[in-house]
Write a protein that binds this ligand. Structure first.
Ligand code: PLP
Length: 448
């Protein structure tokens, strides 16, 4: 337990109010003893209930790369709410969803041109898995139902997502999932402290051949991976690894799904991870940065052949082709926010800006090598992570302590497992990067 946290007494919440909210992915008991309450956000900073400014070192939850409270987005939401606040998602349409779908396809790699809207990353993953299974069934290969995920993968929290995901704490409590097996992760000791993509590890893609040999391609619907694993602590793909996965999927007629909920729309220095790593999946899932985090929204982008298969094998034209969708699919306010957000991304050339400042981020982040407890550092684009030596029996304790101390000093960083994760706003200045890294180095040195 960290006893040094300054008590945030100005939040005005009663104990009953604090108790009422069962918070997600949070140590509720600890938090409610000493709540960290954020009251506003502007640019790259939050303000907490004590009036302290805090640099947003994870862009919210990898969501707000363009910075907070962007006027263009705020205006678009207000206008949309006053014009058309909700429109039935099924059987009727509104213009913004079509405009947005088209705009998204312009940012996609060649061939990904059909967009299905969801309300979150988790919903995007479930949707992608269902689209993949349905696609094979419609093509007369109903036996292709198995999914192959990857150890340390994170694909949200619904049953499909945790089944293909590879983070054991997220799976252990919840019993039977869906039919899935896993590739090994690519976090290799021999790649420790690599800057950017590691050169070793492409051979791990060959494990897919082993899984195909074991289960037979006739039972496998799709492989799903994050091009860069984010939530497990920023694991960039080894050079050649994703290409090899693509080749093996092609060879065996297995769909390849890239979960780009973190990597799409700028964070890698390109519009998508697929573009950055030069490998095109059959289906891509996105969310987060799509609306700059302002409003929940996700999307699944498919190759046309998948969409066409659904259209061709659906009976009379008035019949729906895909019995799937959410009340909030293509919500008009989310569409307005996403259009404004993507406009900012384009107008300010934010992916290019990420590419420009990424080398400085990389250099300063890796300057933390050699500090006690830091046993690995990884990065790509404006995503980075440090692995921290485990305190005896408590792998997550030091990262927690580091993150809490950083908060006190005015920096928000994420702790997850045995890692500290950084996902800086695309609008970060070099000076802000310096301050963050200085504070992080100092803080790690301070803990036992
Ligand atoms: C790769 C990936 N997929 C899916 C998700 C789930 O997204 P959400 O929390 O919006 O459901 C996340 C969230 O971090 C993610 O990183």
């Amino acid at each position: 337990m960290n006893n040094n946290i300054i008590n945030s007494s100005n939040h005005g919440l009663s104990q009953a109010q604090l108790d009422a909210h069962w918070m997600p992915f949070t140590g509720n008991r600890d938090f409610k003893k000493d709540p960290r309450i954020i009251v506003s956000a502007q640019g790259n900073y939050y303000t907490d209930a004590d009036g302290k400014k805090i640099f947003d070192g994870l862009s919210g939850l990898w969501t707000c790369g363009a910075g907070h409270a962007r006027q263009e987005i705020t205006d678009a939401i207000a206008k949309q709410a006053a014009t058309l606040d909700y429109s039935p998602a099924f059987q009727f349409g509104h213009t913004k969803s079509f405009e947005l779908a088209h705009q998204i396809t312009e940012l996609m790699p060649e061939g990904l041109n059909r967009v299905f809207f969801t309300g979150s990353g988790s919903e995007s993953v479930e949707t992608a898995l269902k689209i993949a299974r349905g696609y094979w069934r419609k093509r007369g290969q109903a036996g292709k139902t198995r999914f192959i995920g990857r150890s340390k993968g994170y694909h949200g929290v619904n049953y499909g997502g945790i089944s293909v995901g590879g983070l054991s704490p997220n799976r252990a409590l919840f019993g039977q999932g869906i039919e899935a097996c896993h590739l090994p992760h690519t976090l290799l000791d021999e790649n420790k402290f690599t800057q950017g993509m590691p050169t070793k590890g492409a051979y791990l893609a060959e494990e897919l051949e082993q899984l195909v040999a074991l289960h037979d391609a006739s039972t496998i619907a799709a492989v799903i991976v994050e091009p860069l694993a984010g939530s497990a602590g920023v694991i960039p793909p080894p050079v050649g690894y994703l290409k090899r996965l693509r080749e093996i999927c092609d060879k065996h007629d297995i769909l390849l799904i890239f979960d780009e909920v973190i990597t799409a729309f700028g964070r890698m220095g390109s519009n998508t991870g697929a573009a950055e790593f030069d490998v095109i999946p059959d289906i891509m899932t996105v969310a987060k940065q799509l609306t700059n985090g302002v409003i929940p929204m996700g999307a699944v982008i498919s190759k046309q052949v998948i969409y066409d298969t659904y259209m061709e094998k659906a009976g009379p034209e008035y019949m729906l082709e895909l019995p799937h969708g959410y009340t909030y699919s293509a919500h008009p306010i989310a569409c307005a926010a996403a259009l404004a957000s993507l406009n900012i991304l384009a107008k300010e050339e934010l992916p290019k800006r990420v590419k420009t400042i990424a080398p400085y981020f990389q250099e300063t982040l890796h300057s933390l090598q050699g500090i006690k407890h830091v046993n690995d550092i990884r990065n790509y684009g404006l995503a980075g992570a440090l692995s921290i030596d485990h305190a005896p029996g408590e792998p997550a304790k030091r990262p927690y302590e580091i993150a809490m101390k950083m908060w006190q000093k005015g920096f928000y960083v994420r702790y997850g497992g045995d890692t500290i994760q950084l996902g800086l706003p695309f609008t970060s200045t070099l000076r802000e990067i310096d301050s963050l890294m200085n504070a992080l180095g100092e803080t790690i040195n301070e803990i036992n």
